[in-house]
Write a protein that binds this ligand. Structure first.
Ligand code: ADP
Ligand code: MG
Length: 290
């Protein structure tokens, strides 16, 4: 039978905005020594500002127009941000044959033109060479190709969540030994965010499937089998790692349904500070049970 104090622990957590899906997860939370985070939407807000547009043989507004349309059906935070940056209604064109490439970007036919938008990997998939990207300020670049030709790029930047720095510090106080960040973003951006928030370790340029492999590598480093490793994520791509983790924690407010479904713990308001809070509740609860 499940001791009554587990129910009290789950109740306390829920009043703090942390949904714990079962008593065993309180036990796992109390013994967590490594916390692995996704970057975008988890430690950063996942709300991007357009800070620059570099267009080749095309008008700047037209470049943004094409990017907003090719992203019309994507739920990726970058797609949402590009649509928001495009001031006009993004439903004036026909958008067909949409395909999203995880960790790369998206392709679609916009008014009969084949448009790709995404990172360097996306352009390699499209067979298009990028140019004019040297000496850019550090920020994510969304490249756009139209009918097999490079058309330019849009510079976007994300900001760190208000509580990320404090959350990482409090996790250490709550008994965590190591905080790790995994990201599909490029080295320059990933390492700058890691430095800004003070995370112990960062792994960049990871495709969704690479994230599971990297997580398994981290699992193998544990010193004894009672040490638990948590993963915190928000996206559709994060579901496999959330399932693989001893304890999967999902962002509930802006997170994808797939992530919330796959998780063991859901943070109702996407505040990373709720992770150390949940750990403290779990530890108190275990102290009573034991
Ligand atoms: P993270 O690991 O930071 O959460 P993702 O794995 O979701 O990031 O995406 C990794 C990278 O793939 C993004 O930084 C971006 O360059 C590119 N990307 C993914 N989806 C899209 C999209 N819909 N539009 C443009 N770029 C995208
Ligand atoms: Mg993400």
């Amino acid at each position: 039978s499940v001791p009554l104090s587990f129910f009290a622990g789950i109740g306390t957590a829920s009043r703090e905005g942390v949904l714990v899906k079962g008593a065993s997860y309180l036990e796992a939370l109390a013994s967590t020594k490594t916390v692995v985070f996704d970057k975008t939407g988890t430690l950063t807000k996942g709300v991007f500002d357009v800070t620059g547009i570099h267009a080749d043989d095309i008008d700047k507004d037209m470049l943004l127009h094409m990017a907003a349309h090719v992203e019309r059906h994507s739920s990726h935070p970058i797609a949402v941000s590009l649509r928001n940056a495009f001031a006009h209604e993004a439903d004036s064109c026909s958008v067909e044959d949409v395909e999203e490439f995880a960790g790369q970007g998206v392709r679609a036919k916009v008014n009969g033109k084949v448009v790709y938008a995404g990172n360097e990997k996306m352009m390699a998939t499209a067979g298009v060479e990028t140019h004019g990207c040297e000496n850019e300020p550090v920020g994510a670049l969304i490249h756009v190709a139209i009918d097999g030709k490079y058309a330019g790029h849009i510079i976007i930047s994300d900001v760190v969540k208000d509580h990320s720095v404090q959350a990482l510090k409090e996790l250490k106080k709550a008994g965590v030994r190591q905080n790790v960040m995994l990201t599909g973003d490029v080295k320059e951006v990933g390492e700058r965010v890691a430095k800004d928030i003070g995370i112990d370790r960062v792994c960049t340029d990871l495709l969704p499937q690479d994230k599971v492999a990297k997580f398994e590598e981290i699992l193998k480093e544990r010193k004894d089998e009672n040490e638990m490793t948590a993963f915190v994520g928000d996206g559709i791509n994060d579901a496999p790692v959330l399932r693989r983790a001893d304890i999967g924690i999902a962002m509930g407010a802006m997170g994808s349904d797939a992530a919330i479904e796959a998780a063991d713990v859901v943070l109702m308001d996407d505040d990373p500070l709720k992770i150390p809070t949940a750990m403290r509740i779990a530890r108190k609860c275990m102290a009573i049970v034991r």
